[in-house]
Design a protein around this ligand. Structure first.
Ligand code: ASP
Ligand code: MG
Length: 415
């Protein structure tokens, strides 16, 4: 007998029919003799609908009331799912986050789980109940309802799996797993059997938004085996594991290609090369709460001038330009600003890079052969990122996908 935590996202419970289908699926697992905790999201679109309602009443609702409001979406789905299970003759009880003892801090709308009381949960499971828990919510020490940030039901699922030491946390969603890259960009993208937590974090932070990042971090920290599966078709999905041995059997070198065209690049040309320049440039940027991603400073001839380049989110491009122009350049006493928001970042991700040299060289060669100019490079132990012109994004992803042997075998023609 195994214990599974199964989380179903908004589209998986998006209609009465789908809720019934989830109940059938859960019943199937119960019939095999396993224990099941189910975590559900609100029906798809519901959380947004609630947020819009609030906006019509008050432009700046307090975070506490927002949590009170948006947590109701999940309360609808837990009760409906429990009813659907009863209809199939399955014993089930639904609980809100507060009822089941998901204790969080008081940071409304982005609370963090601090502990989970599992006694009642265990008792129910031992009685043969399916326990249905509202995702995305908890309660603080004062008894206020809190929520965990958008997409937070994933984190509820993983946290419950960690607290209960479940055999697996299964995240059912509308895709059948984690892919080598976005199939909309590269038709030859392939579902991965498994991926390491570290790789998944790199892929997720770069735009493969299958799971809430915090849920993946949680899984890594508490060693929870995590699986992403489709709720619409049967299949093994993708296992996300902290264990590199397991994951490495399949992908020796590169696990995937992530990309992002939501960044813009800023360069200060000919800034004086003296100690403290980097912090004088970036200080005012971070004071404005603008996040900087890649940073490159050119090596300057002795006593000379240097070029300093960094990237920010496209949304922050104009404001960053203003800060540089109005504050930084005057304070440095020199420098000229260049900006480019038609860029894309493409990254190869793989723990296999740790033990294999030459990945960067191969990457640069592939891009050169396609006539793609590299504008910036950054590397970490398991990732190499390049910034290129946005118009080459798809070409770069597809050629790298082929060159690093990631193409699936059964799609031979380009889309
Ligand atoms: N319902 C919440 C949201 O839409 C939480 C979740 O779905 O995970 O963000
Ligand atoms: Mg989600």
């Amino acid at each position: 007998m195994a214990l599974y935590v199964q989380k179903f996202g908004g589209t998986s419970v998006g209609s009465v029919e789908r809720i019934k289908a989830v109940a059938e699926k859960v019943k199937g697992v119960r019939d095999q003799g396993h224990q099941v905790v189910v975590v559900v999201s609100a029906m798809s679109g519901e959380t947004n609908r609630l947020i819009e309602l609030a906006a019509q009443i008050n432009e700046e609702p307090t975070p506490r009331e927002m949590d009170m409001l948006v947590s109701t979406g999940e309360q609808v789905t837990i009760s409906l799912l429990a009813m659907a299970l009863h209809q199939l003759g399955v014993k089930a009880t639904s609980y809100t986050g507060a009822q089941i003892g998901i204790r969080t801090d008081s940071a409304h709308t982005r609370a963090r789980i601090q502990r989970i009381e599992t006694d009642e949960l265990r008792a129910d499971l031992d009685e043969g109940q399916v326990v249905v828990v509202a995702g995305f919510q908890g309660v603080d020490d004062e008894g206020n309802i809190t929520t965990l940030g958008r997409g937070g039901s994933d984190t509820t699922g993983v946290a419950l799996a960690a607290a209960l030491k479940a055999d697996e946390c299964q995240i059912y969603t509308d895709v059948d797993g984690v892919y080598t890259t976005d199939p909309r960009v590269c038709a030859k993208a392939r579902r991965l059997e498994s991926i390491t937590v570290e790789e998944m974090l790199e892929m997720a932070s770069l735009g493969s938004k299958v799971l809430q990042i915090r849920a993946v971090e949680f899984a890594g920290k508490y060693n929870v085996p995590l699986r992403v599966l489709s709720s619409f078709e049967d299949g093994p999905g993708t296992l996300i594991t902290a264990d590199e041995e397991i994951s490495n059997m399949e992908e020796p070198l590169i696990s995937g290609i992530a990309f992002n065209n939501n960044e813009a690049k800023l360069t200060l040309v000919n800034t004086p090369d003296v100690p403290g320049v980097a912090s004088r440039i970036l200080g005012p940027i971070s004071d404005a709460n603008i996040e900087v991603d890649m940073i490159v400073q050119n090596v300057a001839p002795a006593g000379g001038y240097t070029d300093f380049t960094f990237t920010v989110a496209k949304n922050d491009f104009r404001q960053t330009q203003r800060i540089l122009q109005d504050q930084v350049i005057p304070s440095l006493g020199g420098g000229e600003l260049r900006g480019d928001d038609k860029i894309a970042k493409v990254s190869l991700v793989g723990v296999g890079m740790r033990s294999h040299a030459g990945v960067a060289t191969r990457m640069f060669k592939v891009l050169a052969d396609e006539g793609i100019n590299i504008r910036m490079v950054s590397t970490s132990e398991i990732k190499i990122s390049v910034v290129i012109d946005e118009k080459f994004l798809e070409l770069a992803v597809r050629s790298l996908h082929t060159a690093f042997g990631l193409d699936r075998a059964d799609v031979s023609e380009e889309q």
